[in-house]
Write a protein that binds this ligand. Structure first.
Ligand SMILES: [Zn+2]
Length: 649
């Protein structure tokens, strides 16, 4: 500001006299101050693999406020020495693969030692850190704060309703910096709303409405969240696996024996596949609700799962069919993700950044086995599985962003995008390592079966890779070479080249060798197969991303556009509202009828669209009609894909 006005003044005075004076003024105007540097802030120590010398932390959580949804926390942290100490809230959350700790919801924080207040200061280099100075002679520090959980979805995921709640320990506890979290013992106590029951992988003793949980290390505590509720039912699935159900209404807890039989078979099929269980006990936490925020989050000895009301009551509905993929996926993570973990995704505490490069194994192969185990256990039918594969492959083919962005780069998307909505997802790409990972593993399975004349498949990889050390619920790390070595142990092949092609390089289309080698091919028809039909119903959309390149909500709002498609070329953007199609008011049926009528013709479809305050008429040149993906059998008899989906027990 100062330099600019000075230059202007000089220009005025010199311009009247002589242009030769101008260079002097310009020279002054480019002055740049150069600070010498910045003092280094090293307040927060890096974690070391030594026992926390203070001893066992005691954590008291009051979870009774279901109206204002405030968790009240008292944490007693024993200390071994006086001096500076940093207490951290978890920032990098396992399973989220990203820095998602809700630090903004920590309020009312205060510290005390021997009844005297202790001042705190936030670490400006890591705002999840609170620095205190432990006074001489103090043996423990008391931290008190609230976690003000979301009261509307706009603030974040809703974790408390009048009927149920979800405790995630990363929101209600701090840990001392400088130690591997597995070296910090902690004993948690929770007071629940009167009469509610709670389920978690933790074990403890209940007195009244307070549960005193057994001492555990801080890492395992984080990995053992709680679902509690008024309407609660535990169901034994065998093998020390329990299905703990909470629901908005009591009648959602009623199920038929054959429905539970499929969940039991899921547990058996997983054991048959991996050849070992890596837990002493496992708790599915299942919330049947449309009030609690959505979740599907894996843990080593449990998982957090939300499904829509009707999970048992409307077993044959599209919503329930889609939801039945959740439990198989999260269960597989006990082996793939929790027990076997990519080396750089493992971190010693929850403030060291995670590196997501191998998520195409962690999530991709879990996505693969989730569908396979779902089919083998009867959670969904083989035909529903094939329909899902067709939808997944076709959707990935519309993701033309693959031409510039290799699949592996999408593993960083949880950090880059944090699941915010995207305007041009088919060009930006999203967390494609899930489904494209599934397609890569389908092809790998088909190659293994071909190379071994049907003797072996990815089942053999799973046993060799995930089935080691039965009962071990620690972590065994791996890198890409370990994956390649294990695959070569099943059947020698150029696996390194296979991954270079599909994982590391931009590609023209999604890998479909799992279909073609497996006896199927992807085709298109003008009516939807079961999976696409369920997606359209559940999301209340018309999904023609495979054809004209449009996804439209029931009110006409465009929710997605395939880059370079006919809809793209017509000038349509996400967020526009289609008001009329060929002069008729928008409805799903009008759009579908217009697309059908345009098939093979030359007359463009006329659209009236609204964007903000502006109305436009757009001309949509398209003549391929409705296009819905499905798998078609190509060979006679049982192909390798049929063999993959067949039950093992
Ligand atoms: Zn997952």
């Amino acid at each position: 500001m100062k330099i600019r006005s000075l230059a202007a003044a000089l220009w005025l005075s010199t311009a009247l006299v002589s242009p030769l004076a101008i260079p002097a003024a310009t020279a002054q105007s480019v002055t740049r101050s150069m600070p010498a540097g910045q003092p280094v802030n090293d307040a927060t120590p890096t974690p070391r693999d030594v026992a926390y010398p203070g001893g066992t932390i005691r954590l008291d959580v009051d979870a009774t406020d279901t109206n204002q949804r405030i968790f009240r926390v008292k944490e007693t942290i024993p200390v071994a020495a006086a001096g500076p100490m940093t207490l951290l809230l978890p920032k990098w959350l396992p399973g989220n693969h990203a820095p998602r700790g809700q630090i903004e919801k920590i309020t009312g924080l205060n510290f005390a030692a021997d009844g005297q207040p202790v001042a705190w200061k936030r670490d400006p280099l890591n705002v999840y850190g609170f620095i205190i100075d432990v006074p001489q002679g103090a043996r423990e520090v008391l931290a008190q704060f609230q976690f003000i959980s979301a009261t509307t979805p706009a603030q974040g995921r809703v974790v408390v309703t009048p009927k149920m709640l979800n405790i995630q320990w990363e929101s209600v506890s701090l840990y001392p910096a400088g130690y591997y979290t597995r070296q910090i013992p902690i004993q948690a106590n929770v007071t629940y709303p009167a009469g509610w029951q709670a389920a978690t992988a933790l074990r403890g003793k209940r007195t009244g409405d307070t549960v005193v949980y057994d001492v555990i290390d801080y890492e395992a505590l984080q990995d053992s969240p709680v679902f509690a509720g008024l309407h609660f039912k535990p169901v034994d699935l065998g093998r020390n696996v329990t299905l703990n159900i909470v629901a908005d209404d009591a009648d959602e807890l009623d199920f038929k024996p054959e429905q539970i039989a499929r969940h039991k078979k899921l547990v058996e099929e997983a054991g048959a596949l991996f050849g070992a269980y890596h837990f002493d006990h496992y708790d599915f936490l299942l919330a049947i609700t449309d009030e609690l925020g959505g979740i599907g989050l894996e843990h080593h000895r449990s998982s957090e799962n939300q499904v829509e009301p009707g999970y048992f009551k409307k077993w044959d509905s599209g919503d329930a069919q889609l939801d039945r993929n959740l439990l198989p996926h999260e269960f597989v993570h006990s082996w793939d993700g929790k027990f076997r973990r990519p080396d750089l995704l493992w971190t010693p505490d929850f403030n060291v950044p995670m590196q997501d490069n191998l998520l195409w194994v962690y999530e991709g192969q879990t996505q693969f086995w989730g569908y396979v185990l779902g089919a083998r256990s009867g959670m969904f039918t083989k035909q529903e599985t094939l329909d899902a594969y067709a939808h997944i492959a076709a959707k990935l083919d519309t993701t033309v962003g693959r031409q510039w962005r290799p699949m592996e780069d999408t593993t960083h998307d949880p950090i880059i995008s944090a699941r915010r909505p995207k305007g041009w997802v088919s060009w930006q790409r999203s967390e494609d390592y899930y489904n494209e990972g599934l397609m890569i593993w389908l092809e790998a399975d088909a190659i293994l079966r071909r190379q071994t004349r049907g003797a072996k498949g990815l089942d053999d990889f799973a046993k060799a890779f995930f089935g080691i050390n039965p009962g071990d619920w620690g972590q065994v790390l791996y890198n890409r070479d370990d994956v390649i070595k294990t695959l070569n142990g099943v059947a020698p092949y150029d696996w390194a080249g296979f991954f270079r092609t599909w994982v590391d390089s931009p590609t023209r289309e999604t890998p479909k060798g799992g279909f073609t080698l497996g006896g199927y091919r992807l085709t298109y028809a003008d009516t939807p197969a079961s999976y696409t039909k369920n997606v359209e119903a559940a999301q209340k959309i018309v999904d023609q991303s495979f054809g004209v390149g449009l996804m439209v909500k029931s009110d006409g709002e465009v929710s997605g556009i395939t880059w370079d498609s006919a809809a793209f070329k017509a000038g349509i953007a996400t967020g526009m509202k289609i008001l009329a199609v060929n002069g008729d008011e928008y409805s799903a049926d009008t759009l579908k009828a217009a697309l059908t009528a345009a098939k093979g013709g030359k007359t463009p479809i006329q659209l009236i669209v609204k964007q903000d305050k502006y109305y436009r008429t757009l001309s949509l040149a398209y003549s391929d009609g409705l296009r819905y993906p499905r798998l078609e059998k190509t060979g006679q008899g049982e192909g390798s894909l049929d063999k993959l989906l067949a039950p093992r027990t």
